[in-house]
Design a protein around this ligand. Structure first.
Ligand code: EPS
Length: 365
């Protein structure tokens, strides 16, 4: 099992993570790690801050000669935009400001906003990138993409187009990028923000991960927990998800067929998980991303110092989190899948993990 501890504030000196439970012998691909962080910050919808942060990574322990030692891995990222911010009295609806002030008996919301900030996801993206390095060794691929801003629906890319999507600043197929751009630009021009949907596809996970025997071992429950832990996510669906509300059972479920000695499905409404266990089809997780709560056209709120009605605070902010959340969710769900693999088959070294994984894959009919 992996254990991840993240520390640091949005405008503090640095962000720090300790990742424990990695096997020995994983080659750390620093270029891939930096590429994931680049994708996370270099997408549409983000604030000016992203042009200034460089997210340069230092690995301080757990790696020797570019290979994991199995000791806890410490990774730090400096905040270029470190600064002491003034008190934050005008609570921002949609942020953790009010709940945090009440919870910790505070006189203003600054320390709440600093730690609740999505800046923290730079670390979880880094941890997920390391998880993806394990997945690559066992030929499991993951994509998080923007499947629609403000209720629009963008096409799911075929595997051969995944790289194109990863490089696109709207994190969708180029033919849908214009629609995404129009939605984001319109919101920005109005001093508003927009949300949408992110879909994560996990390809190549064999049947048998997760467990129907106990509620807290179900793979769909674990993935939903991981996805919901992302600051901006308000709903999670697996496969057809909410579509099950309006479909008859005879059409809802995925028929099983024997074709040329192999069991296949004629559809994948289950999103690759039945009874909390992977069934060998693509795992499909869709997440609803809320509009960024810090908006120039501020909402009605309260000044927590004077207890008078005033507008919520406006500070420099992103306009749309959907493209960035696509990268973040791809990596966070990759992390959750690796955790499941390690819990299920274990292994102290990468060689052991790969061997055991291949045995498991071999059991798939
Ligand atoms: C964030 C507000 C913005 C975002 C930030 C998350 O930061 P700032 O207030 O400094 O402009 O850019 O995200 C990041 C810095 C990041 O790296 O993701 C917030 O309030 O959550």
């Amino acid at each position: 099992m992996l254990r991840l501890l993240t520390a640091g504030e949005s405008h503090g000196k640095q962000l720090t993570m300790i990742l424990e439970g990695l096997p020995r012998g994983l080659k750390i691909d620093k270029d891939f790690l930096e590429q994931q962080l680049f994708y996370r910050r270099n997408v549409a919808g983000r604030s000016e801050r992203q042009k200034k942060e460089v997210d340069s990574v230092q690995i301080l322990s757990g790696v020797l000669d570019g290979v994991t030692t199995a000791a806890p891995l410490t990774l730090v990222i400096e905040n270029v935009m470190a600064e002491q911010k003034p008190p934050l009295y005008n609570l921002r609806p949609g942020h953790a400001d009010y709940a945090g002030v009440v919870k910790y008996g505070l006189s203003d919301a600054r320390i709440v906003s600093e730690r609740a900030s999505a800046r923290e996801t730079v670390l979880r993206t880094a941890a997920g990138a390391i998880a993806q390095m394990i997945l690559k060794e066992v030929f499991v691929d993951v994509l998080g993409y923007n499947c629609g801003i403000e209720g629009e629906t963008y096409k799911a890319p075929q595997k051969e187009k995944w790289d194109l999507v990863k490089k696109n600043p709207y994190r969708c197929l180029p033919e849908d990028a214009e629609m995404a751009q129009a939605r984001i630009n319109l919101a920005a021009a109005k001093g508003d923000s927009v949300g949408g949907k992110v879909e994560v596809i996990i390809k190549g996970l064999p049947a048998g991960f997760g467990d129907y025997n106990h509620y807290d071992k179900k793979l769909d429950a674990k993935l939903a927990y991981a996805a919901m832990s992302v600051q901006t996510v308000k709903a999670v669906e697996i496969g057809l998800g909410r579509g099950y509300e309006i479909i008859a059972g005879s059409k809802a479920h995925d028929a099983i067929q024997m074709v040329m000695g192999k069991i296949i499905r004629t559809s994948n409404n289950a999103g690759g998980i039945e009874g909390g266990v992977s069934n060998g089809e693509d795992i499909v997780v869709r997440c609803t991303v809320k509009p960024i709560p810090t908006i120039a056209s501020a909402l009605d709120s309260v000044n927590i110092a004077t207890l008078t009605n005033e507008k919520g605070a406006y500070e420099r902010s992103d306009v749309c989190a959907v493209p960035a959340a696509s990268v973040i969710l791809e990596n966070i769900l990759a992390f959750a899948v690796v955790n499941e693999i390690l819990e299920n088959i274990g292994g102290d070294t990468m060689d052991e993990i790969v061997t055991r994984f291949m045995i498991k894959r071999g059991k798939n009919v």
